[in-house]
Unconditional design. Sequence first.
Length: 854
Amino acid sequence: LVKFRQDYQPPAFSISCVKLCFELEPNTTTVTSVMQMTRQHADVPLILDGQHLTLLSIALNGDPLLADAYQVDAHCLTVFSLPDQFELTIVTQLSPQSNTALEGLYLAGDTYCTQCEAEGFRRISYFLDRPDVLAEYYVTIIAPAQRYPFLLSNGNKLSEHVDSAGNRVVQWHDPFPKPSYLFALVAGDFAKLSDQYITQSGREVSLELFVEKGAANKGDFALQALKRAMNWDEQRFNLEYDLDVYMVVAVDFFNMGAMENKGLNVFNSKYVLADPSSATDRDYFNIESIIGHEYFHNWTGNRVTCRDWFQLSLKEGLTVFRDQEFSADMASATLCRIDAVKLIRTAQFAEDASPMSHPIRPEQVIEMNNFYTVTVYDKGAEVIRMLQTCLGKTDFARGLALYLQRHDGQAATCDDFLQAMQDVTGQNLTQFGLWYSQSGTPELTVSQHYDASSATLRLNLVQITPATADQSEKQPLLIPVKIELLFPNATVQQHLLLLTDAEQQFVFDNVTQQPVVVWLEHFSAPVKLINNVDDDSLLFIARHATDGVARWDAMQQFWSRKVAHCLSASQSDAVLPDAVLQLMRHWLTQPGDDLALTAELLTLPDFDTLAEQYQQIPVNQLIDILRQFKQQISVKLAQPLRQCYDVLPFQPYSYNQQASAVRRLRAVCLSYLVFSSVDATNVLTSQYQHADNMTDVIAVLTASQQLDSDIFQNLVNDFADRWQHDALVMDKCFALVASNPHPQVFAAIETMQQHPLFSWNNPNRVRALLSAFSQRNPAQFHRADGKGYQLLANSIIKLDAINAQVAARLVTPLLSWRRFEPKRQQLMRSALQQIAKIKGISNDVYEKVSRSLN
Ligand code: ARG
Ligand code: ZN
């Protein structure tokens, strides 16, 4: 079952060209594949991957094969004694209609759609379904013309006609050789938005966006974002698009966010469709970033792809880094970074501490779909960012250019990438390479000693990476530590320290005044910082650091420290110092130019961020203390909160930095006001009624969850009523209902599962309800009686039979079971054991559950 990175073998055959013909039928789609193949190794049979397929016929150079010349089982088709070069024709049949896994070719509603990454193509036809087999594709699609106005595949359209039987027949050709995971087919009836982009070298590219009929007005933002992304990649990395057409299709049934298939991106409609009344600022942000992400894959992923799936971070880490840089240029750079840091500190650190811990380049895998993780993607992006920090922006860009030029049209490895970076800069990256092979969260302990008499500042750094579930021995990493020195005379110095040893000292001479040190500015490395600086210094940094991220981070550290202190003392001790209240008052009364940053400065760390600081997570205490802090802030700062709220203007909605910053700050004020304001209910209902946009509406609903009253229920009912026909908005409703921290959440979730728009077959619906519950409702998910764990386990069991990939993603919160006190451990473990007992459990769920029980 397990595959190891070390076992990589080059393919025994290559496929130069494949011609595919699809005759689409809900239950009996026929796929004819004609492959031109060449032997690469003597004396081995051809083993093609294939699953859930019925083999109808197989022919070698046009002649049907005799029954003893091949062999079929549930996973492959083996063909014996083949010549060195040949044409293989294989006809198979499959049922898109019964494909609820949404992997391979599936029919959802009236739309045929494919998802092949990582190993879905083998559900379409027998093939060498591995990323290092690159072929040129010709595709013919045949379907009833009336019902299927659009038959799409990769590359350029060669021809289209309607035959005498009333079938539409469309032919496509993709001139760029590609692995099977980048193949795509979509057939359906859509509203089509068209536009054009002229590349920097003057080539015309037609842009086509396909969305569900009636939703054309919701596609424009995505289309404009695509043009911004195309332009950005030219400006920043000198990378241009290469085909005549770029198509994006939005579909309602999709396992993930989106997929970068060559020339034909398929998107979850959640990341395409937007208008002010139904989409939040966050939705707009995500759309732009994911449109960018998939577009950037055209170079980092498609033109240069991965040799094997262990190298996934080669394309994903790099492409996430690229989309983050794009977003930072389009939206607030500070907020982008803060969001990225939050994700690393919560989900990624939790993954490192879990039984599924793995390096960004995993060593062993059972089900590849389980490794599309926050470690491979987001820690992978942090590793690329550190490389850019170490090499400098210019050399990094030169290295990337060399990598792309050297490996264009090839399947490469992470080592190839580092080699190109090394060749361009002449720097030895051997130690840096450990970030690819070593898992876990490094802990960086820092201290500073200032000696006035000699005017020296000594900085001590110690790094330790604790053992992880997958790896006990750890080595010192190359850690780029950015610092800021804030001097009393308001001057600032910035430095980059390159930590290479387990313990190292950096000495600065001629330092005539004692500075406050800002450590790990801009989160320059994905590590846990252990720092015993005092509260006053933290508040000083929060006020005076030049880097907005550092200011926010100082507040986060301050609050984490306060929470920890309350935990170790007694809870009655939760009295907030005046200094922090003063500072918050200052921000509320003079919010400055960057309102979005101000909003973040005023926000307490969330449960997950705090939880990551503890070996054993004190669930109830954390929830209580957080609530106490919020209540105190809301009472002590009632007036400035209300004033700040009242002066923020309600303006007609537009998605831009300034306007979304206003809404963000308003939401933060509201989240405190609900605790103290005598007329909280009025404030909430008034904003709810007057808002012309979804962002301000969701802010009300979220804030009202904190009140022990019927107001949340009333508002949600009204909301559900108003949006009962819009599935994407109902997802927001499902998520709100499931994240309600009150005990009635269980009944409410059951009710929502009866909603006409809820369906276990749709991943968005399931995630909206169950991920919101297990990841945004610690109070009820971690209920002491285990009811929350049971709900999740039962849902996973039910879903595993329908869509294993999505079911496996739901397992994640249970993986941390060792992090809780014995009673909860026991309850979580028995939930996992119950899942382990499912008959015919999928590999996806099995891999995660078995790793956590062993
Ligand atoms: N490559 C896609 C993207 O990051 C995601 C594919 C996810 N595939 C999966 N099997 N989970 O843009
Ligand atoms: Zn990606």
